[in-house]
Design a protein around this ligand. Sequence first.
Ligand code: CTP
Length: 473
Amino acid sequence: MNLAAELDTSIFHLISEASQKLNLKSYVIGGYVRDLLLKRYSKDIDIVCAGSGIRLAEEVARMNGRDTSVTVFKNFGTAMLKIGDTEIEFVGARKESYRRESRKPIVEDGTLEDDQLRRDFTINALALSLNKENYGELIDPFDGVKDLKKKLIKTPQDPDVTFSDDPLRMMRAIRFASQLGFDINPESFDSIQKNKERIDIVSKERVTDELNKIILSNPPSYGFKLLFYSGLLEIILPEMVKLHGVETIEGKSHKDNFFHTLQVLDNVSKESDNLWLRWAAILHDIAKPQTKRFEPKHGWTFHGHEDLGAKMVPQIFSKLKLPLNEKMQFVKKLVRLHLRPIALVKDDVTDSAIRRLLFEAGEDIEDLMRLCNADITSKNYDRVKRYMANFRKVEKKMQEIEEKDKLRNFRPALDGEDIMKIFNIPPGREVGVIKNEIKEALLDGLVPNEYGTLYQYAVNVGKKLGLTVNSKN
Ligand code: CTP
């Protein structure tokens, strides 16, 4: 196979000339070649050469001119440079494991084939020659192209060696399988099951990074099933594994909340690429195991799982080193509110109940509705249809009220500062009480949201609390 035409760009010709000048062989390798064959766009290029990657990078930079700067990582024997918005990493072929983040200094130079053997998967070990005599020739000693065609993730050598060189590769195997819709070769998968505990020596950040990529693949349930059956999920997110299983008492069973969660995650993923909405789907029922009860009259109940689940969100985020910022708050809010829209599917639902939900969800109302919609799963088609129809009614009503009352970025026309001025009081309990009464009256539709009316309302509430109006007002 000759891919010379694909390498007919100034960057590759430049690297080729620099290599020739230094009298060393160089190759494009790894993800760039894989993506080229898969016709996926990839902008980061990895170059491997027989010799010093740092010297080659420096020569390329010199020839490119215009102050091209090289970043050298001496310990790893690698160098990086940027041309336009393309990042190019250079490395000398080596005998020991290739890992971008490895802290181990390189000790032994190797041939191209040594280097390919030490990479993670056959599809990531493909190389394209940049040398004059065979420019664009594909060098594929481990049948990576065959595995690309077979849609197979497979290690180039004994998987126990590949995975112990860098246990993160177990996550990478599942991530690539999920992103590309590939299978994992049975021998490699068995090895993941066998070596799963070793994932603990990898930093949480790197594991979570791969987990997020699995969550963003489509459909994410595929990667999660691989994580589950390999045993990795039990180690990295045991709370989720606890959702698995069905219990039956007096002939009544509850659903398997693990597979239900995966269904909700897939449903939400069809509608949105938002990582955090996907996380909300993963965690929406996370407290079901702890809140599960069997009540002879009602069957299985999970009372309060939304509140306990919301409390678990920061703990889980912190354990996984996910950000503890507004993204976490968003997930927490959606978990806490995920039952609310469905509770409104009643004929006698009041405007006030809808206003309250609009107010609490604020600008996240659409995502909440997406999650709630995705949560309507059942094997009973008629039931889903009926629920969906009712749900549409709630959505419609919500739109009407939102248009009328503009609750999304709702702010009472009179705030705490105003209250303190009216009664000449410092911040304290009374201010909170009055503020809350105003909010309740607004949400119940008892008063319009305008300063004059709210002023009078605040005065009346204050008087009941024994406050007097500041005469300077
Ligand atoms: N690699 C490896 N083992 C690792 C990480 C990387 O063998 N733990 C090798 C693979 O040959 C891989 C290349 O280094 O193709 C580049 O790694 P990276 O940039 O992390 O991944 P890509 O394959 O480029 O894929 P993506 O950009 O989707 O992460």
